[in-house]
Design a protein around this ligand. Structure first.
Ligand code: COA
Length: 166
């Protein structure tokens, strides 16, 4: 499956399919609206898609966060139900994080399941010193291009995250 999935940055033509994928995967429209708002407000740094035979089957968003060093927030991440447990999210996340590393970002924050995100190097202990409305054991950080330059400070997600329904 993953060998046949194409991983790439989204284009404007993908937006309707991404919206559909996110709405179906989360069974609500909040995440699709969040990604639209991030794009419209210039806070989406990387929208990554996995495509199989031209169909968008996976999506991962990396958006700007305000932190003591150049950092991104990961999420939402989704894979179409029919394509799950085949490594699509894994391939998509590895590709997205490699892009972020290549673009010289120093850290990525995520709120999620540590069993899932831990396999990509995210660690709760790396995020534990940072203040955020998301601060909890499920809040994790990944260091890129060396150790995180700071161990504490505020981590503020883009304004779109602060709105209801997300
Ligand atoms: C979470 C999600 C993106 C995983 O996509 P996927 O393509 O099936 O993931 P992969 O095939 O790359 O990896 C599957 C592995 O992750 C594990 N996994 C999947 N979802 C998980 C979760 N929520 N918590 C912990 N582990 C999870 C699977 O058990 C599997 O493990 P294995 O490889 O050891 O068998 C997908 O299930 C999804 O879109 N879910 C709905 C939206 C969502 O909850 N997104 C995440 C929060 S933003």
């Amino acid at each position: 499956m993953t060998e046949s999935a194409t991983l790439r940055e989204e284009t404007a033509e993908d937006h309707p399919a991404v919206r559909e994928l996110l709405t179906a995967a989360f069974e609500r429209s909040g995440e699709a609206e969040l990604v639209d708002a991030l794009r419209n407000e210039g806070d989406l740094v990387l929208g990554c898609v996995a495509a199989v035979d031209g169909l968008i089957v996976g999506y991962a968003a990396l958006s700007r966060v305000r932190a003591p060093f150049p950092a991104l927030g990961l999420g939402p991440v989704a894979v179409a139900a029919a394509y799950r447990c085949k490594g699509v999210a894994g391939a998509l996340l590895r590709w997205s994080l490699a892009r972020a590393q290549n673009d010289q970002w120093r850290g990525v924050f995520v709120l999620g399941d540590s069993a899932f995100y831990g396999r990509f190097g995210f660690r709760p202990e790396l995020a534990a010193g940072f203040s955020s409305p998301y601060a909890c054991p499920r809040f994790m950080a990944l260091a890129l291009n060396g150790a995180l330059p700071d161990k504490k400070g505020p981590v503020d997600y883009a304004p779109a995250f602060g709105r209801p329904c997300v």
